[in-house]
Design a protein around this ligand. Structure first.
Ligand code: SAH
Length: 348
C-alpha cells in the first residue's frame, strides 16, 4: 500500500488477474498491463496505448504506480560505472549502481532506505533504518536504469543499501517478479542476494525453490573479530552461520559466495587468510575479496595492494577460489550508502 492505494507493480500476474476480475475486466487486460509494466517498462498508465482510456483512468484512481526518477547521477571517469540516486514517492531516496562487465551489464539494487545492521565499515547504516523498499521500488531501480541507459540488464545483485533478509517478504517477491517468464525474465542464476548473516532467513530462503546465488558477508573468520565489525555476529555465531550456508547449498545446489572486505591491519594478515580457509574449506564456495572503501565517518585504513595479493594467494594455496572485486566506481562514492549520505548532508 502506498498513499492508501494498492501497489500495482508489486502484484504477480495472478494477483493482477484477480484485480481485473473485481473491476469487471477481462483477464487479458491483466496480461496487457503486466507486459506494459514489466516488459515494456512503461512510466505510467497513460503510456499503455492498447488499454482503453476509461480503464487507464480507473487504474490511476485505484493503484499506486511506482516509477523512479533520478535526482543525482554520477558517472565514473575510469570504468563506466554509474551511480543513481532515485527519489521514492514519499521523498526518501535510494541508490543503485550500474556496472558494465565483459559478461554483461549488472545492476546493484538497494533493499532498504538506510539499514539497522550497524556494520562498522558501512555508510548505509550511519543514520539507521528508515524503511524497507517495496518489490515495485526494487524492480523500478532495474527498470529505470534500463530506460535511462537504453541497455539490457543481465545481472542483478541485491548489494546496495539495506539488509535484504531484514526485508524478507518484499525481497523474495521482487526476485520472483524480476525472474518471471512473463516479465523482464532475468535468469535466476544471474541474481545474487547478499546478507550479513540472518541465519533463520537464510534457511527460509533455501526453501523458496529459487536458483539464485546467496552471498554471505563474512569479513572475519573468528567470532571475536567478526563481533567487532558486525553487530549481527553477537546474535548468530560462525558455527550456525556455516551450517546455514551448507544447508543453502544442500537445498539449492548453488555454490555460496563469501564476501570479505579487507581492512588494513584488521583482517588482512596471512594468518587471517589461513583461518578463513580453515573455516570455509568444507563448503563448496567462492570468495570475493573487496579492498575496503574507507568512508570518512569511520577511521579505517585501506588494505595495501600487496596484502590483497598475498591474501588471495594464501586462500588459493588452500584450494579456495578467490577473486578480487574490481574497485569500480571508487571515484563516485561507489560504496554502499555513500552517495545518499552526501546528498542528505548537502540538503541539510
Ligand atoms: N546488507 C547486505 C548487503 C549490502 S552490502 C550485506 O551485508 O551483505 C554489500 C557488501 O559490501 C557487503 O559485503 C558489505 O559488508 C560490503 N561493504 C559495505 N561497505 C563497505 C565498504 N565501505 N568497503 C568495502 N565493503 C563494504
Amino acid at each position: 500500500m502506498n498513499h492508501g492505494k494498492k501497489d500495482i507493480k508489486s502484484m504477480t500476474l495472478e494477483e493482477l488477474k484477480e484485480e481485473m476480475a473485481v473491476l469487471g475486466e477481462k483477464p487479458f487486460r491483466a496480461k496487457q498491463i503486466y507486459e506494459w509494466m514489466h516488459v515494456k517498462l512503461a512510466e505510467g498508465f497513460e503510456q499503455m496505448t492498447n488499454i482503453p482510456k476509461a480503464l487507464q483512468e480507473k487504474c490511476r484512481e485505484r493503484y499506486f504506480y511506482a516509477c523512479l526518477k533520478p535526482v543525482r547521477v554520477q558517472e565514473s571517469a575510469t570504468d563506466g560505472t554509474k551511480k543513481f540516486l532515485f527519489e521514492l514517492a514519499d521523498g526518501k531516496t535510494a541508490e543503485s549502481v550500474w556496472m558494465k562487465y565483459k559478461h554483461g551489464n549488472s545492476v546493484c539494487v538497494s533493499s532498504q532506505v538506510g539499514c539497522r545492521m550497524g556494520c562498522v565499515f558501512c555508510a548505509s547504516t550511519l543514520d539507521g533504518l528508515e524503511r524497507g523498499l517495496f518489490p515495485s521500488e526494487m524492480l523500478e531501480q532495474v527498470y529505470a536504469i534500463s530506460r535511462l541507459t537504453g541497455e539490457r540488464v543481465s545481472n542483478v545483485v541485491v548489494m546496495g543499501m539495506g539488509e535484504p533478509m531484514d526485508n524478507y517478504e518484499n525481497t523474495v517477491k521482487f526476485i520472483r517478479l524480476l525472474t518471471d517468464g512473463n516479465g523482464l525474465h532475468i535468469s535466476q542464476r544471474n541474481v545474487t542476494v547478499s546478507t550479513c548473516g540472518l541465519v533463520p532467513r537464510m534457511r527460509e530462503l533455501a526453501e523458496e525453490g529459487l536458483q539464485i546465488t546467496l552471498a554471505l558477508s563474512l569479513h572475519a573468520a573468528t567470532d571475536e573479530k567478526r563481533r567487532k565489525l558486525m553487530p549481527i555476529a553477537n546474535r548468530y555465531g560462525l558455527e550456525e552461520l556455516m551450517e546455514a550456508c551448507a544447508y543453502y547449498f544442500e537445498k539449492t545446489g548453488r555454490r555460496i559466495t563469501f564476501e570479505y572486505s579487507l581492512i588494513g591491519g584488521v583482517n588482512d594478515r596471512p594468518q587471517d587468510a589461513v583461518r578463513l580457509a580453515q573455516l570455509i574449506r568444507p563448503l563448496n564456495c567462492h570468495v570475493n575479496l573487496i579492498p575496503v572503501n574507507p568512508i570518512k565517518e569511520r577511521n579505517l585504513r585501506p588494505c595495501p595492494k600487496e596484502n590483497v595479493t598475498a591474501f588471495k594467494n594464501m586462500l588459493e594455496k588452500y584450494g579456495i577460489n578467490a577473486t578480487v572485486r574490481r574497485e569500480m566506481g571508487r571515484d563516485i562514492d561507489g560504496a554502499c550508502g555513500q552517495l545518499r549520505k552526501r546528498y542528505g548532508e548537502n540538503k541539510r
